[in-house]
Write a protein that binds this ligand. Structure first.
Ligand code: BGC
Length: 760
């Protein structure tokens, strides 16, 4: 494999582009110039090195291997080290014992909250509420920074359409428009208006790029797609995060156009920096450089050089930069300027965080004791969680249930304290989460009796349960026979007035390296559910999951289904709030729920094909469909019920044609026709009927979350301009093409009112 030859001129142009796109801070430049003049090559390479150090304990910091490296100036930052004391100890080594006293940056996967845990990102996105999403990131930043952290590897903004992929739980679902809004909200929440404040932290847009499109939903797998699809369907959230000012970007593990992202110069430099104007630091994912050896891109020296040339600045864990770049430089395979540029970007991040002014800026013991896991933060997490739940079915008003009589709470997720936070809750103390059992009991007090039984283990297969309950998130597997466990549950079910079945996935059945080929509720739990239904009592399925599940059988048989994802540390209370009707559910799905796994990848904004199915039909020979299942999802994108009902009036357009520079207004009256107050996410979709490239059958272009009292009506208005109709054409030019457009407004992507207009 030949190395990319980067001429000095090209390189100078590159750094010129990068620098000219920054709002340069002259003082910062001066400071970093003078610091870099003093730095040796090894000290510069040291800045590019980001080891993980979760194991350092206070007092022992100075004896560790990483401590020696810090002293020698071979470390730029550390991640997943927790607590002010430990971080202060380690920072002290850097600023007192290393030659140039350059402070370290401290990162962590603060993904959905810190110690106060918010719902998993997929759940959070179902709130469609940018204010609460931004606030959740703000609170996470306040808590993390109070505990010594100044950099989070979040938000994860990968578009995901394949429910088999475990990491769908970490993102905001399948829609680029919604994903872009959420990316912005998260970046603003973490970084605030001034990064140097001691309670704001650097955010990181990840995983750049296309990680969510891994083939067969298998983690770390290959991705391959057209550039038109990248630009129109996958890039938007990354770009929005960059435009919101994200200070860092993480490379993805997968390849893009046959080149792993970490060595992909087109992606890291042409798209990210030249087209989007990103001027922050690019960090690799965990050992992503080293993994390029297995990808077949060369040995460690070669892949490290490729990564640097592509525009990567910091090497997470793998030490390829640290151990090989000196030799590559001597051999003329990379340039000094490339090392300098990477080093500069890391120093700039530290400068912007205020670490040179005060390396202990984020090490305030008092803050760590008073600002973390506070009552106010937990209250916010509880109300946010309640807004992330999605009511999938509610026949005959089975929900809400009343705080009286006897409630049987049954299922392996019912008393699952350690599981409530879901995947990626590195800083959480799992024992402090509120389980559903605890939440229900405290909600009913003395007004009702709550009887509990486990009913089944997570899975019949103990080894599968072990793989699905990692990192301390145990479900305390019951060693009795399945029959004995179930019998105990049926006994209490028979004594109760209503059954709440807490079933589904464990926290670690989704997340990294947690792909599934069967996306149903595990068989043993479904059998339990079937037995519970046979009692004839009303059954409410409280569904825990980190991905869309195939729920055809459940939908056909269970009267009420409340999808609660993993709601975070306060989930048990939040679920109780919704079950008893103290909070009316308002979440709307951000990923399509298929009928079965064979339909995935499944997403609402697909193309029409040349042989679409005629409306109302579910099978026709020689049409694009399946023999054994219709093309319909089980629950479409944007779907979610309420304890009240909303009626949509017809769409009123301000005009039926308009020209570039003008705008068109679409109005619809939404009425609450039920008996209780409720929130509704009013969704606007558009279809471009004829294009120079094929266009999706629907694309989300706007939404508004409104609250209506019983009997109240509100006119909701959307303004559409030419900008909203633009897409990347086959030359990757962002254009709007004149012609007919359909416009849809509704309660989800399927149930909509329709109108049309012309762009002249
Ligand atoms: C994940 C990233 C994460 C990193 C650091 C990787 O395995 O893909 O999302 O930020 O580890 O923990």
């Amino acid at each position: 494999m030949k190395f990319f030859k980067v001429s000095l001129v090209a390189l100078m142009m590159l750094s010129h582009v990068a620098i000219s796109q920054t709002h340069r801070d002259a003082k910062m430049d001066q400071f970093i110039n003078s610091l870099m003049q003093k730095m040796t090559l090894d000290e510069k390479l040291g800045q590019l090195n980001l080891p993980v150090s979760g194991d350092i304990t206070t007092g022992q910091a100075s004896n560790s291997d990483v401590a020696r490296k810090i002293e020698q100036g071979k470390v730029g930052g550390l991640f997943n080290i927790k607590s002010v004391e430990k971080i202060r100890d380690v920072q002290k080594i850097a600023v007192e014992k290393s030659r140039l006293k350059i402070p370290l940056i401290f990162g962590m996967d603060v993904i959905h909250g810190y110690q106060t845990v918010f719902p998993i990102p997929l759940g959070l996105s179902c709130s469609w509420d940018m204010d609460i999403i931004q606030r959740s990131a703000r609170i996470a930043a306040i808590e993390a920074s109070a505990d010594g952290i100044n950099w989070t590897f979040s938000p994860m903004v990968d578009i995901s359409r394949d429910a088999r992929w475990g990491r769908v739980s970490e993102g905001s679902g399948e829609d680029p428009y919604l994903g872009a809004q959420i990316a912005k909200a998260m970046v603003k929440g973490y970084q605030g208006d001034d990064l140097s404040k001691s309670n704001t932290i650097l955010s990181c847009i990840k995983h750049f790029a296309l990680y969510g499109a891994s083939e067969a939903g298998r983690d770390y797998n290959t991705t391959d797609m057209s550039r038109v699809r990248m630009y129109n369907e996958y890039f938007l959230p990354y770009k929005a995060g960059v435009e919101a000012g994200a200070g860092s970007v993480m490379t993805s593990f997968n390849e893009v156009d046959g080149i792993p992202a970490s060595a992909n110069k087109w992606l890291m430099t042409e798209v990210l920096r030249n087209q989007w104007g990103f001027n922050g630091l690019v960090v690799t994912d965990f050992t992503a450089i080293n993994e390029m050896v297995a990808h077949g891109m060369g040995d460690l020296k070669q892949v490290s050089a490729l990564a640097l040339q592509a525009g990567v600045d910091m090497d997470m864990v793998g030490e390829g930069f640290l151990t090989t770049l000196r030799q590559s430089l001597q051999e003329g395979k990379i340039k000094q300027e490339q090392i300098d540029l990477a080093c500069r970007r890391i120093l700039e991040a530290k400068y912007k965080l205020g670490l040179f002014a005060d390396p202990y800026r984020y090490c305030n013991i008092k803050r760590s004791k008073t600002e973390v896991f506070t009552a106010a933060n937990r209250k916010e997490a509880r109300s946010t969680a309640a807004q992330s739940f999605v009511l999938l079915k509610n026949d005959k008003n089975t929900l809400p249930i009343r705080k009286k009589g006897t409630i049987a709470l049954i299922g392996p997720l019912a008393d699952a304290t350690e599981n409530m936070t879901g995947t990626w809750s590195v800083a959480a103390d799992f024992t402090k989460s509120v389980s559903l059992l605890r939440g229900l009991k405290s909600a009913v007090g003395k007004n009702a009796t709550v009887l509990y039984a486990k009913g089944s283990n997570l899975t019949e297969d103990a080894a599968l349960e072990e793989r699905s309950t990692m990192f301390g998130k145990t479900l305390h597997r019951d060693s009795r026979s399945s029959d004995a466990i179930r019998k105990e549950a049926l006994d209490i079910a028979n004594k109760s007035d209503v059954i709440v079945a807490a079933l589904g996935e464990s926290a670690e059945m989704s997340g990294e390296s947690s792909s599934r080929t069967d996306i149903g509720i595990p068989a043993i739990q479904r059998e339990l559910l079937n037995e519970l239904l046979k009692t004839g009592k009303p059954v409410v399925l409280v569904l825990f999951t980190g991905r869309p599940l195939a729920l055809k059988w459940e939908h056909e048989n269970v009267p009420a289904i409340l999808n609660v994802w993993f709601g975070g540390s306060e989930a048990g209370d939040a679920i109780s709030d919704v079950l008893f009707g103290d909070v009316n559910p308002s979440g709307k799905l951000t990923m399509t729920f298929p009928q079965n796994v064979g339909q995935v990848p499944m997403f609402y904004n697909h193309k029409n094909t040349g042989r679409p199915l005629a409306e109302g039909k579910w099978f026709e020979k020689f049409r694009s469909n399946y023999l054994d299942v219709s093309n319909d999802p089980q629950y479409p994108f944007g779907y979610g019920l309420s304890y009240t009902a909303f009626r949509y009036g017809d769409i009123k357009l301000s005009k039926t044609s308009f020209s570039a520079g003008e705008a068109i207004t679409a109005k619809v009256t939404v009425s609450n026709t039920g008996a209780v107050e409720g929130k509704e996410v009013v969704q606007l979709y558009i279809r471009d009927m004829v294009g120079s490239i094929t266009r999706p059958v629907k694309e989300l272009k706007g939404f508004q979350k409104i609250s209506l009292r019983p009997g109240e009506s509100r006119e909701v208005s959307f303004t559409i301009t030419e900008e909203d109709l633009k897409f990347y054409n086959s030359d990757l030019k962002f254009v709007a093409e004149p012609g007919e457009f359909k416009l849809f407004i509704g309660t989800n992507s399927r149930d909509v009112k329709e109108a049309s207009f012309i762009l002249k």
